[in-house]
Design a protein around this ligand. Sequence first.
Ligand code: SAM
Ligand code: ASE
Length: 348
Amino acid sequence: MGSALDPAFRLLQEHAHGFMVSQVLFAACELGLFDLLAEAPGPLDVAAISEGLGASPRGTELLLEACVPLRLLDVDTRGGTARYANSELARAYLTSRSPTGQRAMLRYLGSTTYRCWGHLADAVRQGSNQYQRAFGVPAGDLFSAIYRSPAERLQFTRGLQEIWSVDGRRVLTAFDLSPFHRICDLGGGAGALAQECACVYPGCHVTVLEVPEVVQTARAHLPLQTEGQVGFREGDFFEDPLPEADLYILARVLHDWSDEKCSRLLARVHHACRPGGGVLVVERVLDADGRGPLATLLGSLNMLLQAEGRERTAAQFRALLAAAGFGGFALRRTGGVHDAILATKALP
Ligand code: SAM
Ligand code: ASE
């Protein structure tokens, strides 16, 4: 019997190899493993899976084995031959047919985001995102860098909307938004959150304001089901007149930008907002002391690598909103991935 391994050393090992776990997930998705198993009539053995994926039996076997303790796959070893099937997690979130599937986001994280994270030390040294190093594109105009090609724009837009099938209802019901009839989702992507909003509040109309390229991408590739209640408007929220509304939604928009740009945007929103109206900020909000949750601190580093902003505490959001003229600040922790903040513009 050896002596117990130092828990600190165990933790170090876990941290050092954490990226391998992500890569197993990304590779299995990229290879189409979960869709193959979803479409099979029952559990499959290594030979059938490697043939179905067009992959080597040796590589397939090793990948499948790693997926089991990660709870991506279930294995049945009765009869001497291992047969694999999707786990509950994989059925819900990793197949194309699932309405809560997250494959496009995983693809984006595994390609663009992963490459940016390869330059983390450089980003920390420089204090800025790594599009120039990782992809050779100038980072000065943030969304020109993020949307460096039409394929990349589609992948980002498609990837970002998937979370709302899981987390949308929670953030939209954190506050009773039924008093707000005209809603404008600023930087609302392909309209997935707007669509969820239309379902939760049948009395509202949501206008998604987006840059023209994203509106065109959404219309061509990601059509909406709530045609009457959700519409798109092409424009730049830093420059163009904002649609008149009772409520403005800013979901994962403020975290992209510096305090200075957030202030500019919020001042414009306050100017356009009807008195008695408000703004719903949807973000992962840092703990009051700024020390967690870890996932949100990693999100901040991701904004360093891929954008110009950071994640913020409730007090930081409150200060930005107050400087723009908004009062009546309230934060709701939803228990989901994102939290909701509602602030209002006072009646005269
Ligand atoms: N709100 C969506 C969500 O949470 O799924 C998308 C969030 S994404 C991180 C930020 C969005 O802001 C992108 O869809 C981007 O196209 C949009 N955006 C960036 N700059 C913009 C601008 N100047 N005017 C309008 N939209 C902009
Ligand atoms: C952004 C969101 C994301 C900008 C770049 C991004 C995501 C990945 N890359 O606004 C999805 C959300 N994930 C994180 C860590 O923020």
